[in-house]
Ligand binder design. Sequence first.
Ligand SMILES: [Zn+2]
Length: 119
Amino acid sequence: MGIKETFKKACTEVKSTAKKVSDSVKNEYKRNQLQNELDEMYNTLGKIRFLEMAEKTENTEDSEKLFEEISRLLSELEILADRQVKTKACEVCGKELPENIVYCPYCGTEIIEEKADKE
Ligand SMILES: [Zn+2]
């Protein structure tokens, strides 16, 4: 392979790696956001439930709605967790990289695949 082709290939690889890494970071960010929203909702639900119990009322519409919303967020979180790209750290610069990468896009180190014994 000529120098030009090698260079081109390396560029393409860096681009796709950068995309995978940024997708993974976005995914992580979204998950954190959802988690925060969830925590707030649990909190609110707790307060509403407390008031209901204090007033000895049945589940109100508010708590039913919150319960549904929390359930929805939980399943959304589950989907995001499934989609999370598996990462590993570069041995030289320590940056998070997607699995199955050949070169670290940050420092150019060749990543040696750990041989999987299990087939
Ligand atoms: Zn590196």
